[in-house]
Design a binder for this molecule. Structure first.
Ligand code: 2DT
Length: 212
């Protein structure tokens, strides 16, 4: 019998919700419990495509809006063979942002609809679980200033949140909303519970295709 596959677990959320901290905590906890797990993040700024994106986010270069959207998607597709290999080896992948950020951020720009934004990511490995770390704008503000990168303004983030709300209506995706206003341990415990469930369920199911 083939060995059991790992789960594809995605964390999404607004800025300052603690995604990156929680991804690391989750991977550590899974590893400590004897479950192979690795963290990934999108954009992956280490590849050639990722460097174009990084320069755009740092405002060192400008790119046309459709073009950068497609680059973000291409940056996921280029990692798909690696992701599939790891999942097949039984490694659970904990991913910091995925296609949902791709759609939420581009469709927050004028002239973009959800449908167009989703198209390039149709067929990507489908996450077994997507956790949305929810934080009110007031709580986010308490956690400090926005950074200097592109998109890091409260007006833009507000529209991004509305786009995420639209995406979360899609019941074909296993969305779980996590209250990110709790302390780090509280959030972690919630995330761990959902993740263990997803890992148990995923090991007996084939990997799905997103939005297909
Ligand atoms: P961080 O590296 O701080 O997470 O910021 N983004 C991300 C997009 O516009 N499209 C995408 O497909 C993805 C994955 C969100 C990355 C910034 O890039 C945005 C914030």
């Amino acid at each position: 019998m083939a060995s059991k596959r790992g789960a594809l677990i995605v964390l999404e959320g607004v800025d300052k919700a603690g995604k990156t901290t929680q991804c690391k905590r989750l991977v550590q906890a899974l590893q400590q419990s004897g479950r192979p797990a690795e963290v990934m993040r999108f954009p992956d700024r280490t590849t050639t495509i990722g460097q174009l994106i990084s320069s755009y986010l740092e405002k060192k270069s400008d790119l046309e809006d459709h073009t950068v959207h497609l680059l973000f998607s291409a940056n996921r597709w280029e990692l798909v063979p690696t992701m599939k290999k790891k999942l097949e080896q039984g490694i659970t992948l904990v991913v910091d942002r995925y296609a949902f950020s791709g759609v939420a951020f581009t469709s927050a720009k004028p002239g973009f609809c959800l449908d167009w934004c989703m198209k390039p990511d149709v067929g990507l490995p489908k996450p077994d679980l997507v956790m949305f770390l929810k934080l009110s704008p007031a709580d986010a503000a308490l956690r400090g200033q926005f950074g200097e990168e592109r998109y890091e303004t409260s007006a833009f983030q507000k529209v991004v949140q509305q786009r995420f709300d639209e995406l979360m209506k899609d019941t074909s995706v296993n969305w779980q909303v996590i209250d990110a206003s709790q302390n780090i341990d509280g959030v972690h415990n919630n995330i761990m519970d959902h993740s263990l469930n997803a890992i148990n369920t995923a090991q007996n199911l084939p990997l799905g295709e997103l939005w297909k």
